[in-house]
Structures are given as structure tokens and as C-alpha cells.
Design a protein around this ligand. Structure first.
Ligand code: PMP
Length: 397
């Protein structure tokens, strides 16, 4: 039956983890991962999550099918977190929110709805981007191109290239943007650059998908959603994918949301029916457990405050590790990597070549991607100086 089937190429990130697991060096460090780790190198179980989970266990709740678009209370809380509790667009009933299987599921559902809404099946993603953006859109029948984004020389965003590429896109082209903590580079758009993108989107009738997988990991939960709130206030219609994988450390529960900002409540109702269909045809109904945890935390003032503290602590720890890495590099004689402190979120494009990244693995047992992406959220006081010394050694090799 499967005799003619060829295996898919190894996923580069999982391939790295395989190599890391086989490495027997006691100093080895895995910076190829896409998960936040605490100061002890563990993926944390948040205290608020544990508390709520214990309560849910004690209640012994049944597991009926939730609605296709997820739990209504969950959707309300997820919506408020992104758009603000007092959002006039929420009050006007023009935002459709559906529980999704993480940020991945948000794009999957959005792609199906876009596909039904417009005959233009072209999409543009940043160069580079999270690889699944391309795969998911292609699977939904899109031809996926890239817009210029990373400027290696200037250690930032090639905003002229970005705007030129968006200007050349046909009306209805789906444009995937990262709200904050760009994966993989760590470079985000400024407020002015976002305004220019929004203007183009409006003028050229582009279809924005704003991916917010890291809300709270750049400047704060509200601060990181500020662009989205501004675009809504400006009357733009677009879609947001949000994820609780990182900010609740609920990677394995597959919990997120997709939000369709529509022109009015009537349009929203039609979109909602499409969203339900997309959910049903993909997986029928979303899982309950993560949604119950997130809803309980977000709807309880005390738990929510405690969770905000936990998000703040994760964000601050990442920032302190960026500083420690730059300090370590300076101490090791590398003085031109200060740009690491200007990046945001879990990742850093460190500027090393593919060959240098390989040297980092073979000589120093430090694992990042070929493109030079390091997960700074996997640094800790026990490994950061070692990593800095290793990078310095590779740079002077
Ligand atoms: N979008 C981006 C930009 C991401 O980096 C990730 C996770 N690595 C996702 C979406 C997917 O998130 P989730 O695990 O919640 O599906």
C-alpha cells in the first residue's frame, strides 16, 4: 500500500533535537527549541495553571462535545485579552472569535475561510518566517511568496523592501504579519512602520493575518496588542491568530483563538457560519481542557493578576538573558552583538553563518538553527556564559 511513498524530509528543528539528544557532552545546550524554559532549564507549569487544574480535577467535570467554535466563555475572554475589555468593535458584535488548536489551528481555520471568501489564492509571508505559515497556506491551496523583512546588514527590518513588496501585491492577497516577537528574527515593526503597512493594506485591499503567538513576551499583554487595537479603531478589517501555548505555557494542550474583525455584525454572522464549517471539517470540535483552564484564570480577578505576574516574570527573564548573553560576549571580546538587546521575544537571529552554526554544534555542543536562530528563552544563568564564550570562539575561528 505504501510501497511508493517517499518519506518527507526531516523537519530541521526536530532533526536538531535528535542530534542534541545523541550528543553526550555534559555542557551541551539546546537553543533550537521553540519553548520558553525557566532558570532551571524546564518548561514551566505555571502556578495559576496548576491551581486551576487541581480545582477542575476536584470538580470531576464531564467531557461533552463543546460547540464547533469552542466554549462561548472562553471565546469572550480570549477576545477581551486581544482587543481590550472595552473594545467598541466587540460591543458592536463585529468580531467573530473561535477557539482554535493553538496558533497553528488559528491559521488553518483562517485559511479555509479566506479561501471561501476570495478567488485570489495568493499569500505573502515575511522572509524569513515560521515555516508552518507557508505549509498551512499551501495546504489550503495558496501560492505562497515572500515579502522582504530581515535586513542582515542593518540588524533589523528591511522596511523599504517590505513596503515595496506589499505595494506590488494584488488585491485580496493574504499577508501574514507577526504582531510581536517575530519568529525567527526577533525584529518587530515600529508603530510608524505598522501605520504604513495598514495604509497599504487599506489602499490595496490586502487581507491581513496578524499572528500573535507571543502576546505578553515583548512589552506586556496590553502593550503587545496595541497595534491590533489601533488597526481595529482605524476601521481596518483583518484576522488575528492568537496562541496560549507560550504565555500560559500550555504548549501541549493546543489552545488558541482565531479572531475575524468584520465590517459589521451581519458580516460577522456569515463569517461565523464559515468558521464553524472550517472547524467541523478539520477536527469537528476543539479540546476542552486548555479552554477550561484559560477561561477560569482570565475570568477571575485574583487568578488573572497572578497569571499576569507569571507572564511578566517570563518576559523579564528572557530580557535578562539577552543582557547576560551580550555581557558575556563583551567579556569574551565580541563588541558588535549589542543588537541582541534590541530584539524581542524568545528568538534571536544572531548573525552567524550556517558554517558557524555547525561549528557551534560540533565544537561547542550548542545547538541553534542553520539560519542562526537561537532560542534565548532557553538560556539560563548556568549556560549563558558558556554559550557566549562558544559564540566568541566560533566568531574568531
Ligand atoms: N505562529 C508563530 C509565529 C509561532 O512561532 C508559533 C509557534 N512556534 C505558532 C504560530 C504556533 O503556535 P501554537 O503552538 O500555539 O500552534
Amino acid at each position: 500500500l505504501f510501497a511508493g511513498l517517499r518519506a518527507t524530509p526531516n523537519d530541521p528543528i526536530f532533526g536538531l533535537t535528535d542530534r542534541f539528544n545523541k550528543d553526550t557532552d555534559p555542557n551541551k545546550v539546546n537553543l533550537g527549541v521553540g519553548m520558553y524554559q525557566d532558570a532551571h532549564g524546564a518548561v514551566p507549569l505555571l502556578k495559576t495553571v496548576l491551581k486551576v487544574e487541581n480545582g477542575l480535577d476536584a470538580q470531576g467535570l464531564p467531557r461533552p462535545y463543546p460547540p464547533m467554535d469552542g466554549l462561548a466563555d472562553y471565546n469572550r475572554e480570549a477576545q477581551k485579552l486581544v482587543f481590550g475589555a472595552d473594545s467598541p468593535a466587540i460591543a458592536a458584535g463585529r468580531i467573530v472569535t473561535a477557539q482554535s488548536l493553538g496558533g497553528t489551528g488559528a491559521l488553518t481555520v483562517a485559511a479555509d475561510v479566506y479561501s471561501a471568501a476570495s478567488p485570489n489564492h495568493a499569500a505573502l509571508v515575511s522572509s524569513p518566517t515560521w515555516a508552518n505559515h507557508i505549509a498551512i497556506l499551501q495546504r489550503a491551496g495558496y501560492t505562497v511568496g515572500t515579502y522582504r523583512y530581515y535586513d542582515a546588514q542593518r540588524h533589523g527590518v528591511d522596511v523599504d523592501g517590505l513596503l515595496a513588496d506589499l505595494s506590488a501585491a494584488e488585491a485580496g492577497t493574504v499577508i501574514v504579519l507577526h504582531e510581536c516577537c517575530h519568529n525567527p528574527t526577533g525584529y518587530d515593526l515600529t508603530r510608524e512602520q505598522w501605520d504604513a503597512v495598514a495604509q497599504l493594506a487599506r489602499d490595496r485591499r490586502l487581507t491581513l493575518f496578524i499572528d500573535m503567538a507571543y502576546q505578553g513576551f515583548s512589552e506586556g499583554l496590553d502593550e503587545d496588542a496595541e497595534t491590533i487595537r489601533r488597526l481595529v479603531a482605524d476601521g481596518l478589517t483583518f484576522v488575528v491568530g492568537s496562541s496560549f501555548s507560550k504565555n500560559f505555557s500550555l504548549y501541549g494542550e493546543r489552545i488558541g483563538a482565531v479572531h475575524f474583525v468584520c465590517a459589521d455584525a451581519d458580516e460577522a454572522e456569515r463569517v461565523r457560519s464559515r468558521v464553524k464549517t472550517a472547524a467541523r471539517e478539520n477536527y469537528s470540535t476543539p479540546p476542552l481542557h486548555g479552554a477550561r483552564i484559560v477561561t477560569t484564570i482570565l475570568s477571575d480577578e485574583q487568578l488573572r493578576a497572578q497569571w499576569v505576574e507569571e507572564v511578566t516574570a517570563m518576559r523579564e527573564r528572557i530580557k535578562s538573558m539577552r543582557r547576560a548573553l551580550v555581557d558575556g560576549l563583551n567579556a569574551a571580546g565580541v563588541h558588535d552583538m549589542e543588537f541582541i538587546n534590541t530584539q524581542a521575544g524568545m528568538f534571536s537571529y544572531c548573525g552567524l553563518s550556517k558554517e558557524q552554526m555547525e561549528l557551534l554544534r560540533t565544537e561547542h555542543h550548542v545547538y541553534g538553527t542553520d539560519a542562526g536562530r537561537l532560542c534565548v528563552a532557553a538560556l539560563n544563568p548556568g549556560n549563558v556564559d558558556y554559550v557566549a564564550t562558544a559564540i566568541a570562539a566560533v566568531r574568531s575561528a
